[in-house]
Design a protein. Structure first.
Length: 241
């Protein structure tokens, strides 16, 4: 499953393409785009990718007057271990963008990169834009939570297990932290530690007699001694007895 990249598509537009680029009869404006041209747009800020993770990235298009062609996207200078799907995405003539999946291999070198994105129209010049992204190290552990929503009755106490999956080189203690709980719901230990060599923490959830009813999402963060946190979302449903 690909993770969405919450990043604005902004004014990083590179070089324009389309028939209007080379048409001497088309007056070039002082500002903005010439008629029958287009620009590609990519995230203004450097996109953040991670080893071993697939991430959705959006490439947009800004069309000038009279340009309504399909545009095929081609990616060049990808670092070793990084692939894009589809390899040649098409922004249809009625579309405003294309969703691309960047897949980063486990062994891709950590660092900053610049990929050249070319938009090829049916006719006219290509448009080119540079897209910057960084690759960070993969998580050395992941938090595991119940797949289905956990149901808790008002006035009930129930066991809740948080598991951990460790890479073979990861042997640190991990402290668990929880985002705000629903009104009237408490946990017996707000900062439990999964010790080195352990695979889970068993906790107790308690709902008061007047606990807030409804469906809730609670972020569970695993904080190691060193390195990046791992965050998962816990689904909790509080119901009447």
């Amino acid at each position: 499953m690909a993770l969405p990249l919450a990043m604005a598509i902004g004014c990083t537009q590179g070089t324009a393409g389309g028939p209007g680029v080379d048409d001497k009869s088309v007056e070039k404006p002082t500002y903005g785009q010439a008629e029958n041209t287009f620009n590609l747009s990519v995230p203004v800020m450097s996109s953040s990718l991670q080893q071993g993770v697939a991430t959705d990235v959006t490439v947009g298009i800004k069309r000038a007057e009279n340009f309504d062609q399909d545009v095929t996207l081609v990616f060049a200078d990808l670092p070793k271990g990084v692939t894009v799907e589809p390899a040649s995405a098409v922004i249809g003539h009625g579309d405003e963008d294309a969703k691309i999946v960047f897949k980063v291999g486990d062994e891709t070198a950590v660092g900053d990169y610049v990929v050249k994105v070319t938009g090829q129209p049916k006719s006219g010049a290509d448009a080119v834009v540079d897209m910057k992204f960084s690759v960070s190290a993969k998580d050395s552990f992941t938090i595991s939570l119940p797949y289905l929503s956990t149901s808790l009755k008002q006035g009930e106490t129930k066991e809740f297990v948080v598991g951990i999956s460790r890479d073979k080189t990861f042997d640190e203690d991990v402290t668990l932290k929880f985002s705000e709980m629903p009104k009237g719901v408490t946990i017996d230990n707000e900062a439990p530690v999964i010790k080195r060599g352990e695979s889970e923490a068993k906790l107790m959830l308690t709902g008061s007699e007047d606990a807030a009813l409804g469906n809730f999402s609670i972020d569970v963060t695993g904080h190691p001694v060193t390195g990046a946190d791992s965050v998962k979302q816990f689904k909790l449903s509080v119901v009447k007895p």
